[in-house]
Design a binder for this molecule. Sequence first.
Ligand code: TYM
Length: 320
Amino acid sequence: MNTTLSLLKPTGHLTLGNLLGALRPMALAQDGSDCFYGVCDLHALTVAQDPARLRASVREVATLLLAAGLERSTLFIQSHVPSHSELAYLLESTAYVGELNRMIQFKEKGRGQPSTRASLFTYPTLMAADILLYRPTQVPVGEDQRQHVELTRDLAIRFNATYGPVFTVPELVRPALGARVMDLADPSSKMGKSHADGSGIIYLLDSPDVIRRKVARAVTDSDTGSDAVRRDPVNKPGVTNLIELLEAAGGSLESITTYGALKTATTEVVVELLRPLQVRYAELAQHPDHVQARYAAGAARCREVTAPVLLDAQAAMGIG
Ligand code: TYM
């Protein structure tokens, strides 16, 4: 059986982008794959966090993974599996400064600023460790993680060539629709980037009313022609994003000719898509012990599965 792995960062609430780009493909991978899915709390520390808020976020994301249908997977919190940080250091000792400097996320979020945390720079090596420790063949992620997964592949190939065949080189898995969901209020940037008021972000726990309001206010354009409702990512990014959302959430463009109708249809399918997840989340939130027990068992299995891989990497490098 092949292995699948993916993690989500507990910074803020999860969004429709997280669901379509990652959680849904992660759920689908459960058929025929041994899946390891986690909450990467260590990654959250690359920027300042209020400790109490971070703890609450970890709990919320952990509960949402279960609510999103990942029941058949091994679920864990990254910091509960110490081999992640241990392998990260070994990989830091194989990655080049030039490679890390080229990472888009680092360029956008901190390069050139003296108070940028050192961990933001080395983040991709921790992410590579997250992945390589499980020897997965597949990593389902949204488009924004492509560069990180490619670096992971490069590091694995280099490690294997230098020290011997320790790691599996994973493949990125991306969904056909929803790999890059854009912000409704600013369709030039991805949904999830911290926009001041969050008005263009649909959160997984938003009520139907809030979703309706956010979609109703989504940026479109002033096109009024009979073919206004069409995909054109360059000239009509807002409309293209709504069409992609509609189709990714299971709706159809058939017989939709106006922006009003597009927004109504999109709202309906998104509300229906989120409904079962929200019901399940409300149930699970009543049983935090159950959620915690799942994650404790998951971390125990992860410690077991990753220990020999870490030992192999250490031995290959001449330590341990
Ligand atoms: P994170 O927490 O930013 O996002 C979690 C997952 O959601 C996807 N995603 C999106 N997909 C489509 N449209 C969007 N607007 C959108 N926003 C987010 C992301 O691509 C991701 O799959 N570095 C990672 C977390 C990570 C990880 C890993 C992932 C750490 N270690 C190992 C895979 C394997 C991150 O910050 O994702």
